[in-house]
Design a protein around this ligand. Sequence first.
Ligand code: FE
Ligand code: FE
Length: 262
Amino acid sequence: MFRNYKDIEQKIKETYKMSRKYQNIEFYDLMLSQYNTREKKKMNIWDAFDLLNNFIDNSDPDMELPNIYHLFQSAEAARKDNAEDWFQLTCLLHDLGKIMYIFGNDDTGTSVKQQWAIVGDTFILGCQIPDTIVFPEYNILNKDHQKYDNYGIYSRHCGLEKCKISWGHDEFLYRTLKNNENTLPPQAYYIIRYHSLYLWHSKNEYSHFENIYDTIMKPTVQRFNNYDLYSKENTKNKNIHELKEYYQKIFSKYFKNNDLYF
Ligand code: FE
Ligand code: FE
């Protein structure tokens, strides 16, 4: 048991180390251009969810189950609190971007084996990395951190939208949803895009990049974070079929059909 836990911990540290070492502006630009030029794959939404049966998050010390359970647990916690339907749906979808492993490879940290450009807390590239980040001892490995000051390539209050954030499941799903017609509110997009930016929503960093829109949206991301973090249980939901039926109704309200282009 003890040894087992140590193994997990080593995996977490390694994932963070690699992310700190290889995530920089050049890497981001490469990943974005690969994403933009790749022919998008048409997939049924529930088939996409099922792909998370094969994905256990290497950066998460609290979740040993495949990620599909985390998404249902998070959504069910919001449902229990009578959250708005779009919010429940956002909880259900928020980590679906981790299916990006099907397009990925070990070299770019986008596979089941190498997850450093899929999972983990994100940080803003092209500037200093705050030392309130997890494992700050790895910051010196980062090329942008060595090269730039606090503002780096950005200007004061430029807005998070202008910032290049370490590549991962947040940005992937944000872009995916933007490419698929739907009526999700802006808050849903905002949660999905920035939920791993703990430095910003939980550590009070990056306020010099915040614009008014970011300031207004921050409490919504913080509200969501409760359902992301405190809903985690290492037991599998038994009624996945029923849950799919319930969430299908909400999904259909916001999306025209069940096939999305990923
Ligand atoms: Fe996430
Ligand atoms: Fe999550």
